[in-house]
Design a protein around this ligand. Sequence first.
Ligand SMILES: Cc1cc2nc3c(=O)[nH]c(=O)nc-3n(C[C@H](O)[C@H](O)[C@H](O)COP(=O)(O)O)c2cc1C
Ligand code: SF4
Length: 419
Amino acid sequence: MLEETLILFRNIRNPDYDKSLKGYKKAGGLKALKQALEMQPDEIVQLTKDSGLRGRGGAGFPTGLKWSFMAKDTGKPTYLVCNADESEPGTCKDRELMLHDPHQFLEGMMISCLAIGCRHGYIYVRGEYWPSIKSLNAALQELYDDGILGKKLLGKGPKLDLTVHPGAGAYICGEETALLDSIEGKRGHPRVKPPFPAVSGFNACPTTVNNVETLTCLPFIVNEGAEAFKAFGPENNAGPHLISLSGHVNKPGVYEVRLDANLKDIIYDFGGGIPNGKQLKGVIPGGASSSVLTADEIDVTYSFDALAQAGTMMGSAAIMVFDEDTDVVKLLHRIVRFFSHESCGQCTPCREGTHWARMIIRDFLNGNGNEHKLKRLHRVGGNMMGTTVCALGDACGMPIQSFTTKFADEFRDVQALAA
Ligand SMILES: Cc1cc2nc3c(=O)[nH]c(=O)nc-3n(C[C@H](O)[C@H](O)[C@H](O)COP(=O)(O)O)c2cc1C
Ligand code: SF4
């Protein structure tokens, strides 16, 4: 039987936990920040590299390595921007951290600011997350009132300010360069790269964008060391990870898992299996952008590398489960409709492709599908991948290609039923 690791959720799972600054300190909080203040920035970067921490925002990029790309000696300020947009369908883990243990996340953010020499960090929070925005602002006020943030970090370190910036509810503003445009007051359009944010990011200054959960791992890494963090997963897949489990499971929720847990066990142990004794039909393992797995493909380790080997991805670790009664054509239509609506429209393959795909799937639902349209749908999905400015094209192409391959017969059945 799988059990939660309780590293990031250590406080949240404690029913007596008081999330105020006083309560956080009582639970051992801020020790890591004090320790980080005694370290050189390069030491924190090296420790993070050694820990094997990979970004929790979707791409799984090594965090310490990303920090080491920051342009040095430019004469410009450097920025850390936290991506709290959490807009990938099915994902709700960052919300838990910001809402129920804001100080652990903010401690991680302060340590990360020290690592990259940032003196003013921004937290870009999804527009709909008002309770999280309120929780973060209250926690920041406590840090300023206590003299932890402001002119001297912890009363003896460098100046550090943190600002919460609410978004306006656009999925594309979770893409890091669109997010930076949005903070700058522009329309959120992904930028053509290079230059990457590490060279020219917020206000054309060196910038790192990191996810909330990524930054929340830092207090544990500094307190317990790189080896302790690595112990929570197989080689190259370090640390505990928060998963958002939803759909047809008896116990949906956010759970903290080791990265050597099995996906099947996650669904049946944490999720309590499929309601009403139904059979499993499939699983979307890493948010709407990831390739679907059929019921007989779920006996796989839930790690970055094992999922990639299985032809899908960890993404934002949002696991969406669907049972035998689910109409997968309708399901794919729902996913593609989302991407079509959220496309910013600047690249033709994405702007047109998401729309065409939506129209073709609608044809199937209306009884106007055929074998030729099934092939065309598959091809339109493929043509969006790797041909666009940002990864939204791939995000829509992957479900299209995997659903039309693995559930091709269901498209034929729905057509036969509708005709
Ligand atoms: C369309 C799109 C939406 C994204 N949405 C989010 C998001 O909501 N939250 C997030 O952390 N990363 C999101 N990302 C990934 C970010 O661009 C970026 O890689 C991430 O914030 C980096 O943080 P990490 O290195 O800590 O993972 C999105 C990417 C794309 C292409
Ligand atoms: S892929 Fe889509 S969302 Fe991304 S930049 Fe191009 S049009 Fe915009």
